[in-house]
Design a protein around this ligand. Structure first.
Ligand code: ADP
Ligand code: MG
Length: 471
C-alpha cells in the first residue's frame, strides 16, 4: 500500500505528459527514457544509500562520500573587523578579492580577475604557484597594501585531504588543470613558498577551503540559520554544520568545539557502485564522453558541466532510432559530444514553462535542424525529464541532510549558475525536499552568490579570530 506522503511524492515527481500526433511513437519515446524517471520508491532507496554512505564516511569506513573535516568550527560572530583577502582557484574565473569587514559584515569589496594560460594549468607546480603569488602581489600592491598584514583564505576547488584549517593536500586535479607534481602536496604550502619567494607583501595564508564551504559561510551573513552550503554550477557539492562529537577524523587538538563544517564531496557519490541501480545507458555514454571516466558519478547526473550532455545523448539516441527529426536530414552537430550546453537546456525549459516554442526552435535551428511540432515537444520533454531527475537527486540528499542536522529551522545557501538560471530547479527542489524530509521541517533556500570569493575572505576572518584566541 502506498502511504499518503509517498503518494504526494509520486504525484510531485511526474513530468508533463508527452503529447504527440502518433501514439506509437510517443510510447516508444517514453519507453526509451523510462529509466531516467525515478519512482518514489527509488527515491527513498537513494535516500537510504546516501544516509548510509554519509554514516560510513563520517566513521571513516569505506564510502564514496569523503565527509571531509574542514576544521571550520564556527561562523562569523559579529566581532570581525578589517581587511581580508581571498584567492579563488578552480571555478570558471580565477580571482583575487579584498573584503573589508565591520562588525562581522562586509562593507567594501575589491576584486580583480586574472587569466591562467593553458601552459601554466598543465605543467609543473612551481610556475603555476609562482603565477598565483604574482597575481596576489599585483593585486595587493595595486591596493597600496603591501605593508599591511593581510589574512588570506585560499579557495582551492579541487579534491583535497585536509589535515587542519590551513593544510590541504591535493588528491587529484580536475577540470582543466593537471600539474602532476602538485598531487599529494599541500596547496597552502605551495602558495606560501611562492609568496615567500617574492617577499613583496605581508599576506598570511590562514585557511584553505572549497567553494561549497565558502558558500555556507557567505550564506550565514545573509541568514543566520544557514547550516548547509550547496553549489550547483559547473560541478556540484554540499557541506553542512555537523555536531563536533560525531566527527571522528580530527587531526588537530580540539578546543571544546560544538560544531564543525563537513565537506561532503558528493560529486563522487556512487563512485563505488552504490548508485548503479539508477545508471542508464545515457549516463554510461555521458561518462564515457567525459574527461575523467568512472568518477564523479553523482556530479554527472546533476551538474552544469554534464546536464546538457545527458540531454544531448538522449536526443542523439532518439534521432538514430528515427524517433526524432524524422523529416529532417539530421545535423551532425547535435551528434557531437559537448555541443548541447546546459544553458540551452535552461532556455528550452523556459519554453516549456511558458507553453511556447521560440527558444527551442531557435536553438535547434542553430544546430541546422528545422523541427516540426512533434520534434519540439520531444526535445522539451527530454529537457524536462533530465532536469527533473537532477532536481530530485539533489533534493533527496538535501532532505537527508536536514534530517541529520535536526534543527528547528535550517537555511540552505546555494551558489552556482545552474541553480541561478535554470527556471525550474528551485521550485522543484522546494517541493521535493519538503516531501522527502521528516514532515513539518522548516527550511529555506537562499542564493548566496560568490561563496568562492567573498566566502573565502570571510573564512580567513574566522581563521584569524580563532588564531588570536588560541595564541
Ligand atoms: P563555477 O561553478 O565554475 O564557479 P558557475 O557557477 O558560473 O561557475 O557555473 C557554470 C556552469 O553553469 C556552466 O557549466 C554552465 O553549464 C552552467 N550554466 C551557465 N549558464 C546557465 C544557464 N543559463 N542555465 C543553466 N546552467 C547554466
Ligand atoms: Mg563558482
Amino acid at each position: 500500500m502506498v502511504v499518503p506522503a509517498e503518494h504526494a511524492l509520486h504525484e510531485a515527481i511526474q513530468v508533463s505528459p508527452l503529447i504527440l500526433s502518433d501514439d506509437v511513437r510517443r510510447q516508444k519515446i517514453e519507453n526509451c527514457v523510462a529509466k531516467m524517471r525515478l519512482s518514489a520508491v527509488t527515491a527513498r532507496k537513494i535516500q537510504d544509500v546516501f544516509i548510509s554512505e554519509m554514516n560510513k564516511g563520517i566513521h571513516q569506513q569505506p564510502s564514496s562520500l569523503q565527509m571531509e573535516n574542514t576544521y571550520i568550527p564556527e561562523l562569523l560572530n559579529g566581532t570581525e573587523e578589517g581587511l581580508y583577502l581571498a584567492l579563488d582557484l578552480g571555478g570558471t574565473n580565477f580571482r583575487v578579492l579584498l573584503l573589508e569587514l565591520a562588525h562581522g559584515a562586509p562593507i567594501r569589496q575589491e576584486v580583480k580577475q586574472y587569466y591562467i594560460g593553458s601552459e601554466l594549468r598543465v605543467g609543473s607546480a612551481i610556475p603555476l604557484f609562482d603565477y598565483l603569488a604574482e597575481c596576489v602581489s599585483d593585486f595587493v600592491i595595486s591596493q597600496g597594501l603591501q605593508n599591511v598584514e593581510l589574512p588570506l583564505g585560499f579557495t582551492f576547488s579541487f579534491p583535497m585531504i585536509q589535515h587542519s584549517l590551513d593544510v590541504g593536500v591535493l588528491v587529484t586535479w580536475t577540470k582543466t588543470f593537471n600539474c602532476p607534481d602538485a598531487v599529494n602536496k599541500d596547496a597552502v604550502r605551495l602558495l606560501r613558498e611562492a609568496l615567500d619567494r617574492r617577499g613583496d607583501t605581508k599576506v598570511k595564508v590562514l585557511a584553505v577551503l572549497n567553494d561549497t564551504t565558502g558558500t555556507l559561510v557567505q550564506g550565514s551573513t545573509l541568514d543566520h540559520n544557514t547550516a548547509i552550503g550547496l553549489v550547483l554550477g559547473t560541478g556540484s557539492n554540499a557541506c553542512y554544520l555537523e555536531r563536533a562529537d560525531r566527527v571522528e577524523h580530527w587531526e588537530t587538538e580540539r578546543h571544546g568545539e560544538s560544531e564543525v563544517i563537513i565537506d561532503i564531496e558528493w560529486g563522487a557519490f556512487g563512485d563505488n557502485g552504490v548508485l548503479d541501480f539508477i545508471k542508464t545507458d545515457f549516463d554510461r555514454e555521458n561518462d564515457a564522453n567525459s574527461l575523467i571516466v568512472n568518477s564523479f558519478t553523482f556530479e554527472k547526473y546533476i551538474a552544469g558541466k554534464y546536464l546538457g550532455e545527458v540531454v544531448r545523448v538522449i536526443l542523439a539516441k532518439l534521432t538514430k532510432q528515427r524517433l526524432l527529426f524524422v523529416g529532417d536530414s539530421t545535423s551532425d552537430s547535435l551528434l557531437t559530444t559537448g555541443n548541447l550546453t546546459t544553458d540551452l537546456v535552461s532556455h528550452i525549459e523556459q519554453d516549456s514553462l511558458d507553453g511556447g516554442d521560440s527558444n527551442t526552435k531557435e536553438i535547434l535551428e542553430k544546430f541546422g535542424i528545422i523541427p516540426d511540432e512533434d520534434d519540439i515537444r520531444i526535445v522539451q520533454y527530454v529537457c524536462e525529464v533530465a532536469s527533473n531527475r537532477a532536481a530530485l537527486l539533489v533534493s533527496i540528499c538535501l532532505a537527508s541532510l536536514l534530517d541529520r542536522i535536526d534543527k528547528e529551522q535550517v537555511t540552505i545557501a546555494v551558489d552556482g549558475s545552474l541553480y541561478k538560471h535554470h527556471p525550474r530547479l528551485e521550485g522543484w527542489m522546494k517541493q521535493y525536499i519538503s516531501l522527502l524530509c521528516t514532515p513539518g521541517r522548516k527550511f529555506k533556500l537562499i542564493h548566496a552568490e560568490d561563496g568562492s570569493g567573498k566566502g573565502a575572505a570571510l573564512v580567513s576572518a574566522i581563521a584569524h579570530r580563532l588564531k588570536k584566541r588560541l595564541q
